[in-house]
Design a protein around this ligand. Structure first.
Ligand code: ADP
Length: 442
């Protein structure tokens, strides 16, 4: 089984850290500006702005690097991501130490911002690595304080905020050391304990999900096999019934003809249902769908041909609007055409006589938007979230049309999601529905 422990979602979390750092850079620049210009506290603004600049540069470098390694699917992405997270946190600790040094050293209350870095480390890294980062922060802090204490580094006092002598007061330094270091380690201990528990829960959920997927696959395989067998027998039954219905085997009396016709109709319906079952099981089980470039306009035209007669019979008017620039898109042509035909057929099925159906295809840059609207029975609001579920049919649909499998939309959803597209519906009962599909062009 795939190891879904500690590192799942690490790359996303690093992106989160990068976003967080942009906010910190803006916050830092604004704070320096306020303290310097508005509160007029004399601080060394230049080095602080310079550190904000350095932070921006390395944040950008990390972002570009992360984008490049996530684009090419490298095998050891997790190891590299782990290393990047470690390096970033170390860089941040050095930057924070430099910031603190230029803005009052041990006198600056912002020293407790080290805790944020410990929490971030606990979220991104293993417990061991987080404690190592806490040790690194401790070393940096003690080094800075000692170098300032022994005048090896100059001390930049926050004048007017704290007494100048504080950084030389050994009692104060010892007190801060004790609180600072213990806080760092306690923060890491608490945060890693919480994130460990969350990761374990995440792992359990991910494993349960895999198990469910596996069970779903077994179920689909079973359905595929059974429906395939049933289809074979039904086709054979239909083959036997047809010559009888057509009178090839001899004249039937009206009672016999009626019974045979009904048997033939039922067989046809059952075959339709079994074919839909076969199709959805096949799509679910196929790991890969053959895709190629094809004309979307042709696919829409073919789908329209499929329903034209039925729409005419019901006096339904059809309007088609395909934006000029729409050309080829990449996908499984047969599936897409079938999906559009299916949605159009639903509109015809669920729109009363003399209604209207419209299909619009719009260019959306990298994707196309296909919208099918009708003035039909609509879908009850409380049933909207369920209509893409397998076998689900809304109450009003069952009332107006007894025939239906409740599989058409779930097949459509599978097909569209396999194309990395989206399908959704907006509807009002008694007024009509609009089904929308977005498909990436390539
Ligand atoms: P069915 O065979 O019942 O049409 P589908 O999977 O194609 O199965 O559709 C599922 C349900 O979604 C339908 O039973 C109906 O309740 C609802 N539905 C689909 N299309 C429309 C539409 N154009 N107007 C109203 N209801 C619709």
């Amino acid at each position: 089984m795939v190891d879904l422990t500690l590192q799942s979602g690490l790359v996303e979390r690093i992106y989160w850290l990068i976003r967080l750092r942009w906010i910190a850079i803006i916050g830092l620049s604004l704070t320096v500006l306020f303290v310097d210009k508005i509160f007029a506290i004399p601080i060394y603004a230049f080095p602080l702005y310079a550190i904000a600049g350095i932070l921006s540069i390395y944040n950008l470098i990390f972002l570009v690097y992360l984008n490049s390694i996530t684009k090419i699917k490298i095998a050891n992405l997790t190891t590299i991501a782990n290393r990047i997270a470690n390096i970033q946190i170390s860089f941040d600790l050095v930057s924070l130490t430099a910031l603190i040094h230029f803005s009052g050293g041990i006198e600056n209350p912002f020293i407790f911002y080290f805790i944020f870095h410990m929490i971030i480390a606990s979220i991104l890294l293993s417990r061991r690595a987080s404690f190592l980062q806490a040790t690194f922060a401790t070393v940096l802090f003690i080094l800075m304080v000692n170098l300032e204490y022994h005048n090896i580094l100059p001390h930049h006092c926050l004048k007017g905020f704290v007494p100048f002598t504080l950084h030389n007061n050994i009692l104060y330094i010892s007190g801060v050391y004790f609180v600072f270091i213990s806080t760092l380690y306690i923060a890491v201990y608490m945060a890693t304990s919480i994130s460990k528990r969350l990761r374990e829960r995440e792992k359990t959920l991910a494993e349960a999900n895999l198990l469910l997927e596996e069970k779903d696959r077994i179920k689909s395989e079973y359905v595929l096999r059974v429906s395939h067998d049933i289809k074979e027998h039904l086709s054979a039954i239909q083959g036997c019934l047809e010559p009888v219905v057509e009178g090839i085997t001899g004249e039937l009396n009206p009672k016999q003809r009626d019974l045979i016709r009904r048997a033939d109709e039922r067989t046809e319906k059952l075959l339709y249902f079994v074919r839909a079952l076969l199709e959805i099981s096949r799509i679910k089980l196929s790991k890969h769908i053959e895709m190629d470039y094809f004309s979307l306009k042709n696919a829409v035209d073919n789908a329209l041909n499929f329903i034209e007669t039925k729409a005419k019979d019901k006096g339904i008017s059809l309007s088609v609007n395909i934006e000029a620039g729409i050309d080829t898109i990449r996908g499984a042509e047969v599936y897409i055409e079938e999906t559009i035909a299916n949605m159009l057929a639903n509109s015809v099925k669920y729109t009363p006589r003399n209604g209207k159906i419209g299909i619009e295809v719009k260019d959306e840059g990298d994707s196309v938007l296909i919208q099918i609207s009708d003035t039909g029975i609509g879908i009850p609001k409380n049933e909207l979230p369920k209509i893409f579920d397998e076998f689900y049919r809304a109450r009003n649909a069952r009332e107006v049309e007894r025939n239906g499998t409740g599989l058409g939309l779930s097949i459509a959803k599978q097909v569209i999601e396999r194309h990395k597209g989206k399908i959704w519906v907006e509807s009002e009962e008694g007024k009509g529905s609009t089904f929308s599909v977005t498909l990436p062009k390539s």
